[in-house]
Design a protein. Structure first.
Length: 265
């Protein structure tokens, strides 16, 4: 009888020990993320981009495209990122915003370009979004907030238009987890330094937008979806200490002025 009780207690112990161990495994990473094939991500990127393409006119001005490509290509070339892995879109929208979609789509709204005081500020935001793409944050966020089964249903044509729109909204109007945001910020600083672009204006951009938030909050989408902006600016400056190098402009000052004028046309 005593032996039976001991065996029973051992079985119970083993059950709860196994259960506890299983709860500590990151099943999301092991199974869900690995199950999302490149093809699935590619389809999701196209689906979401179609949603945003209908929400505003894409700027096709050759000078605008060339100027933005110059910034992006410099960041990519300096950080061993394949430029063709990114698909850059400039949307005509007054919101100060930029956001990443699956499969390397990066959407930059014209309001962001117009409200950047210099090309380094704009490059900082672009670097931040490229970091989200390179670190696979986009798919991590979608799987966590939308669910893998829903995402797959979208790619098979069984997802409703309403669900697709809500999923797209998640990417453009809600922040990543705090840890992911900080990881993207610090990676952006690395990208900028490797590209010989001063990261300090990126921090200044955060300070500037947070100060102006009360005056025009409806247009400050990027700042409203990335909370604790002052804190972010401070740790960006702290992280950049001792990393100063000889910085340079990627496009000329005249081209920067012309870019903003072209956006206004």
């Amino acid at each position: 009888m005593k032996k039976t009780i001991i065996q029973g207690l051992i079985s119970v112990f083993l059950f709860f020990a196994s259960w506890f161990a299983l709860t500590k495994i990151d099943w999301l990473t092991i199974f869900k993320v690995e199950k999302v094939t490149n093809k699935t991500e590619e389809k999701l990127g196209d689906i979401f981009w179609e949603v945003f393409k209908k929400s505003g006119k894409e700027n096709k001005n050759p000078f605008v495209i060339k100027s933005i490509d110059s910034l992006v290509n410099k960041i990519c070339a300096s950080n061993n990122i394949e430029p063709k892995s990114l698909q850059i879109h400039v949307l005509e929208n007054d919101e100060i915003n930029a956001f990443a979609l699956p499969n390397g789509h990066l959407v930059i709204q014209s309001g962001l370009i117009l409200n950047a005081d210099n090309q380094a500020e704009l490059s900082g935001v672009i670097s931040h979004e490229i970091a989200h793409i390179q670190l696979n944050h986009v798919m991590q966020k979608l799987i966590k907030e939308i669910g893998l089964s829903v995402l797959i249903s979208m790619t098979t044509g069984s997802g409703s238009p309403e669900i697709i729109k809500e999923a797209a909204k998640t990417l453009s109007s809600s922040a990543f987890d705090r840890d992911l945001e900080k990881e993207a910020d610090l990676k952006a600083v690395d990208y900028l330094n490797e590209s010989k672009i001063n990261p300090e204006p990126f921090a200044n951009f955060l300070f500037k937008l947070s100060k102006n938030e009360g005056a025009s909050a409806e247009y400050l989408t990027w700042i409203s979806t990335h909370p604790n902006s002052k804190n972010r600016a401070e740790y960006i400056i702290e992280y950049n200490k001792g990393k100063e190098t000889e910085y340079e402009n990627i496009i000329s000052k005249a081209s920067w002025i012309k870019l903003k004028e072209s956006i206004k046309e």
